[in-house]
Design a protein around this ligand. Structure first.
Ligand code: RIB
Length: 297
C-alpha cells in the first residue's frame, strides 16, 4: 500500500518582522531565509518521516526546482512523478513575528499548471487501497478526486487554504478530513460555532469521513460515527508555526496507516507538530518519528 501526496511545492521566503505589515505601511526586515515549503511538500516530508512509503506528485519550474527536489529526496520521498514546467516554481512570501506567528502570500506558479493528462499519468501508478493526500494549492483537484475515487484510492483531504474552490470538490468521496477551526467553520457553515458544534455539523455533512479538527493551542478533536477523541498540545516555546498543521496531518495519517489507534495517532501527531513549532522553517522543522517518540516535553 502506497501513499501519494499530490500537492504543492513552494520556495518559502521567510522575512522576520516585528509585526505584520499594515495597509499603506512599508515595513523593513533585516532577516530573510529561504526554505522548502508548500503544504503538499511539507506533508510528503511528514508522511515519510512518520514511516510511510511516500510518493510526491505535483509540478515545479524546470530552472528553479533543484532545492525542492533535493529536499524531498533527503526526506526519502519518491520524486519521479513530479512534472517540470516552463514556468517558475510556486513560492510563498511569509512574514514571521517574534511570537512565531506567520502571515503568508502564495504565488502558485507551476503548482497551478497541472493538467488532467498529468493527473491521469500520475494516478496510473496507483491502485485500489492506496492513499492519496490532497490540499488546496494545485490545479485540477476536483478531477484528481474523481479519478482517485474511481480507482478505489482512499482520499485524505486537508482543505487548506480555505477558499471557494473547496466547494467545487466532490467532498463526498473524502475518507479522512483534516482541517483547522477556520476551515471547519467555513465548511460547516457555522462561522460562530463552538468546536463541538462545528465538528458535529461536519460529521452530519460527511458521515463517511473520519474528521480531525485541529484547534491550535487548544489541541485537536477527532470524530467518526459514535467515536470522539480529544488530544491536548504539548508545551513548547513557539519559534515558527509554519507547517505545524502539515506535520500534524502527515504524522496522524502516517500513524493510522501503520496501524496505530486513533488515540495513539493523535498523540504522535501532536508531539511531532509541537517539535515543528519549536523550530524554524517549514519542511526543515519536521521531526523524524524517532525524535517525536523520544522527545521529553
Ligand atoms: O502550511 C505551510 C505552507 O503554506 C508553507 O510552507 C507555504 O509554502 C504555504 O504553502
Amino acid at each position: 500500500m502506497k501513499v501519494l501526496v499530490f500537492g504543492s511545492l513552494n520556495i518559502d521566503h521567510v522575512y522576520k518582522v516585528d509585526h505584520f505589515v499594515q495597509p499603506g505601511e512599508t515595513l523593513s526586515s533585516d532577516d530573510l531565509q529561504l526554505f522548502c515549503g508548500g503544504k503538499g511538500m511539507n506533508q510528503s516530508i511528514a508522511f515519510s518521516r512518520s514511516g510511510a512509503d511516500t510518493w510526491h506528485a505535483g509540478a515545479v519550474g524546470n530552472s528553479d526546482c533543484e532545492m525542492l527536489i533535493q529536499g524531498l529526496k533527503e526526506a526519502d520521498v519518491h520524486t519521479e512523478l513530479i512534472q517540470k514546467k516552463e514556468a517558475s516554481s510556486g513560492h510563498a512570501i511569509i512574514q514571521k513575528t517574534p511570537e512565531g506567528e506567520n502571515s503568508i502570500i502564495l504565488f502558485g506558479g507551476a503548482n497551478q499548471m497541472i493538467t488532467e493528462e498529468n493527473a491521469d499519468s500520475v494516478l496510473s501508478h496507483f491502485t485500489k487501497g492506496d492513499y492519496i493526500v490532497l490540499q488546496n494549492e494545485i490545479s485540477q483537484i476536483p478531477y484528481i478526486m474523481e479519478r482517485a475515487h474511481q480507482i478505489g484510492m482512499r482520499i485524505v483531504l486537508n482543505p487548506s487554504p480555505m477558499n471557494e474552490k473547496i466547494f467545487e470538490m466532490p467532498l463526498k468521496f473524502v475518507d479522512f478530513l483534516i482541517l483547522n477551526e477556520l476551515e471547519g467553520a467555513a465548511l460547516s457553515g457555522l462561522p460562530d460555532g463552538t468546536h463541538e458544534e462545528i465538528l458535529g455539523r461536519l460529521m452530519e455533512k460527511f458521515p463517511d469521513a473520519q474528521i480531525v479538527l485541529t484547534l491550535g493551542r487548544e489541541g485537536s478533536i477527532y470524530g467518526y460515527k459514535r467515536e470522539k477523541y480529544y488530544q491536548s498540545v504539548y508545551p513548547v516555546k513557539t519559534v515558527d508555526t509554519t507547517a505545524a498543521g502539515d506535520t500534524f496531518t502527515g504524522f496522524f495519517m502516517g500513524s493510522i496507516i501503520r496501524g496505530k489507534s486513533v488515540e495513539e495517532s493523535l498523540r504522535i501527531a501532536s508531539k511531532a507538530s509541537a517539535i515543528a513549532v519549536s523550530r524554524n522553517g517549514a519542511g526543515a522543522s519536521i521531526p523524524t518519528l524517532e525524535e517525536a517518540g523520544m522527545h521529553i516535553f
